[in-house]
Design a protein around this ligand. Structure first.
Ligand SMILES: Nc1ncnc2c1ncn2[C@@H]1O[C@H](COP(=O)(O)OP(=O)(O)O)[C@@H](O)[C@H]1O
Ligand SMILES: [Mg+2]
Length: 317
């Protein structure tokens, strides 16, 4: 792998698995064997990963670092994405050292061990106000084109990452359940976006509008940058919390997944993630599901499926 690959995990619905998937893609890259890495990534060493929690709910921060560390960070009120966005929005050329905000090698592998090669940019509950900061930070001259004068509003995260990107093979950004500025910034700076979804009827409509919105953003960014902008590509749609009967999705969900495949063709991942206690159990213990895969049951199955999904993801990028 030559350059860093940046991926936004997006859906404007909550509870679809954005955080779970972001977390497990990063961890899954560390769980791969050396032979698998050689085959899929063309490298033997473990890839360096940066996880960005771009959601005020802070679920990724809590899942990765544990609640104790998270609560200390909230109390301190500094060192998170909230502060980084604020500094970069305020100053044309902030002297803020992004590296100082990165929590290095603290993502929990088990109760006693951490992953050395995953770093985190944490969130803060006050990140909920950052979309508003973006909104009011506009040029007063409304006659100016939205494209020319305000493009910097979408480039803040890109400017933040510019300073650290070369240190990583992958950057995964866990987005909030909306398509506002935080998500738009994430799309701007990403090579790809990934959509987790629940296999219910109304969700299929949601997917269509997300893809349309990102297409619009891509067009706007390209126009604003005179064609120099490289568009953010849909890497795929992953169905989550699928219920099975005899190793196949139950009929109603199978119909929805097939329908989705008709609409979006090869963009729907062949592998879905099943519903099961493994993920929630691991999450309550503050570890990824891989940590309890040995206990069998849904934890083992979900671990295997997540590795399949990671493999497909790597084939698609
Ligand atoms: N396949 C799954 N099976 C069971 N629980 C899941 C599964 N995927 C996610 N969850 C749980 O569902 C909840 C919502 O998932 P999450 O990843 O936080 O969604 P989002 O980030 O889109 O809001 C979390 O409690 C998570 O642990
Ligand atoms: Mg989330």
């Amino acid at each position: 792998m030559a350059e860093c690959c940046t991926v936004s995990v997006v859906n404007w619905k909550g509870g679809v698995g954005k955080t779970t998937l972001t977390h497990h893609l990063a961890v899954g890259l560390q769980v791969m064997t050396e032979a698998e890495r050689e085959e899929k990534l063309g490298m033997r060493r473990k890839p360096r990963v940066l996880l960005i929690d771009n959601d005020a709910q802070c679920n990724l921060t809590i899942s990765c670092l544990g609640s104790d560390k998270f609560e200390k960070m909230v109390e301190r009120g500094s060192g998170t994405m909230r502060e980084l966005y604020a500094t970069f929005l305020r100053d044309e050329d902030p002297d803020s050292d992004v590296e100082e905000f990165i929590v290095e090698g603290m993502v929990r592998k088990s109760k006693y061990e951490n992953y050395e090669d995953i770093d985190v940019l944490s969130s803060h509950p006050d990140l909920i106000y950052t979309d508003m900061d973006f909104a009011i930070y506009s040029e007063p001259d409304f006659k100016k084109s939205m494209l020319g004068s305000n493009i910097y509003k979408f480039q803040v995260l890109d400017r933040i990452l510019e300073r650290v990107r070369e240190r990583y093979d992958f950057i995964f950004i866990d987005c909030p359940p909306s398509m506002h500025y935080l998500t738009q910034n994430s799309i701007y700076t990403s090579d790809y976006y990934l959509i987790p979804m629940l296999p219910d009827w109304l969700s299929t409509y949601g997917i269509h509008s997300i893809v349309t919105k990102v297409d619009e953003l891509n067009r706007m960014f390209r126009l604003a940058e005179d064609g120099n902008y490289v568009e953010t590509e849909l890497v795929g749609i992953v169905a989550n919390k699928v219920r099975e009967y005899k190793e196949k999705p139950i009929q109603s969900q199978s119909a929805i997944i097939n329908d989705l495949k008709e609409q979006h063709r090869d963009q729907v991942f062949a592998q879905y993630l099943t519903d099961g206690d493994g993920i929630s159990q691991a999450s309550s213990m503050g570890v990824p599901v891989y940590a309890i895969a040995g206990s069998g049951g849904t934890a083992r199955k979900q671990s295997e499926l997540l590795q399949e999904i990671l493999g497909e993801f790597l084939d698609k990028i």
